[in-house]
Design a protein around this ligand. Structure first.
Ligand code: PLP
Length: 360
């Protein structure tokens, strides 16, 4: 068996220990004679899996009691619609546009009400986070929306926007569980799990209880009402059972490895190795304003498309895969999520140094 260093933006690398454990349990989960994939979501065994997963993410993120944790299907993109459908009481909300995912979210919200673009970094290809200290937020806005870590462009909100008392809704898909967060500062935090937490197919929604309401927009499908999901503890219908099981294992792996503070420390170390090299390199350069750099997604370019392609090809052959930048940006992008070992980043930088020497 040989595993590559996988720098994919998602679905992405998962902790090897978790994958091995899941493989060991594949045919017979804890003596019950079947795989988690094969068991009823109403069974006692699965009930323990989902309850434990919820308890563990609550511990990890220190989630206050007045927040619900929902394990849902539909990915992060489904939330682009679910958020306005559930929250747009006044049919108006503010969106901060920091990349493709925020753009998709605002476009979706515009189908349900007035989605005002409060700030944007589109003028410089989303290479920075706009100043959010004094946004044109009005009293009638139901919430303020951000994409906290921009997977494609490699920027991250280092401080949350001043929402002037409005509830903050954040898509944290690509920075989920990468560092501690103060959940009480948000109305809703949600993330697709396929980047930092588990296999594709699930979104985790952490929502303050008072935002779970019956008076949602008319026409909101039953499945998209947070109330349906919350009242049924994510078991209104068949949930993404296997996803919940693997995410639960990742939560335990995180707890065992010191929780989110330890993860942040490690992620800072890993990112610094790559950014420090990019800052010193004469060939490669980072594309993001320094103070807004993501710890998770690191885009970089040589400035020469042919050389970029050569780098990606040679890197792939050397076992550093999925380094091609997003099709809208070009260049390269190294996603260095929680499960990317520090040696993976060190070896990548070593490889980049060699490539730089050979192509100077
Ligand atoms: N939001 C962000 C920040 C993302 O990086 C992605 C990536 O795929 C999405 C949303 C969309 O997620 P999904 O494919 O689960 O709908």
């Amino acid at each position: 068996m040989s595993r590559v260093y996988n720098f994919s933006a998602g679905p992405a690398v998962l902790p090897e220990e978790v994958l091995r454990e899941a493989a060991d349990e594949m045919l017979d989960y804890k003596g019950c004679g079947m795989s988690v994939m094969e068991m009823s979501h109403r069974s006692k065994v699965f009930d323990e899996i989902i309850k434990e997963a919820e308890a563990d993410i609550r511990t990890l993120m220190n989630i206050p009691d007045n927040y619900k944790v929902l394990f849902l299907q539909g990915g992060a993109s489904q939330q682009f619609a679910a958020v306005p459908m559930n929250l747009m009481k006044n049919k108006k909300a503010g969106y901060i546009i920091t990349g493709q995912w925020a753009k998709k979210a605002v476009q979706e919200a515009k189908m349900y009400g007035e989605a005002v673009e409060l700030a944007s970094s589109a003028d410089e290809t989303f290479s920075y986070i706009p100043d959010c200290s004094d946004l044109p937020i009005t009293d009638d806005m139901d919430y303020v929306y951000i994409c906290e870590n921009n997977t494609i462009y490699g920027t991250k909100f280092k401080t949350l926007p001043n929402t002037k008392g409005k509830d903050l809704v954040a898509d944290v898909s690509s920075c989920f569980l990468s560092e501690p967060v103060d959940v009480s500062k948000y109305g809703i935090i949600y993330g697709g799990v396929q980047k930092n937490v588990g296999p594709a197919g699930m979104v985790i929604v952490i929502i303050r209880e008072d935002l779970i309401r019956d008076d949602v927009l008319p026409g909101t499908p039953t499945m998209l009402k947070y109330k349906t999901q919350a009242d049924n503890d994510s078991l209104y219908n068949t949930p993404p059972c296997y996803d919940i099981y693997i995410c639960g294992k990742v939560f335990k792996w995180l707890l065992k490895n010191g929780g989110l503070s330890a993860m942040k420390e490690l992620n800072e170390k890993k990112a610094a190795i790559l950014y420090d090299y990019l800052d010193s390199s004469k060939l490669f350069k980072g594309t993001v304003r320094k103070e807004d750099r993501s710890l998770m997604n690191v885009p970089f370019v040589t400035g020469n498309e042919e050389l970029d392609a050569k780098f990606v090809k040679e890197a792939t052959a050397a076992g550093f895969v999925n380094l091609k930048g997003h099709r809208t940006v070009g260049g390269m992008r190294a996603s260095i999520y929680n499960a990317m070992p520090i040696e993976g980043v060190e070896k990548l930088v070593e490889f980049m140094r060699e490539f730089e020497k050979a192509n100077a």
